[in-house]
Write a protein that binds this ligand. Structure first.
Ligand code: SF4
Length: 65
């Protein structure tokens, strides 16, 4: 699985890094960052990633094709 963050949509609610702390972290302004910049999500973190996708209020996180 691979994911993207649309940083133009991210407003820094922090749901993603609260729900998926092994996938996302925050920059110094609270916006989301991918821990793995490639966007690759390890199999054991896919559930975390889906939870973040489902709970981002801005729909800023998407699955990459
Ligand atoms: S939940 Fe969405 S809006 Fe909030 S920090 Fe994460 S990507 Fe940004």
């Amino acid at each position: 699985m691979k994911i993207n963050i649309d940083l133009s949509a991210c407003t820094g609610h922090g749901r993603c890094y609260a729900l998926a702390p092994d996938v996302f972290t925050a920059d110094d302004q609270g916006h989301a960052e991918l821990i793995d910049p490639s966007g690759a999500v390890a199999d054991d973190l896919v559930d975390q990633a889906h939870s973040a996708i489902a709970n981002c209020p801005e729909q800023a996180i998407t699955v990459a094709n």
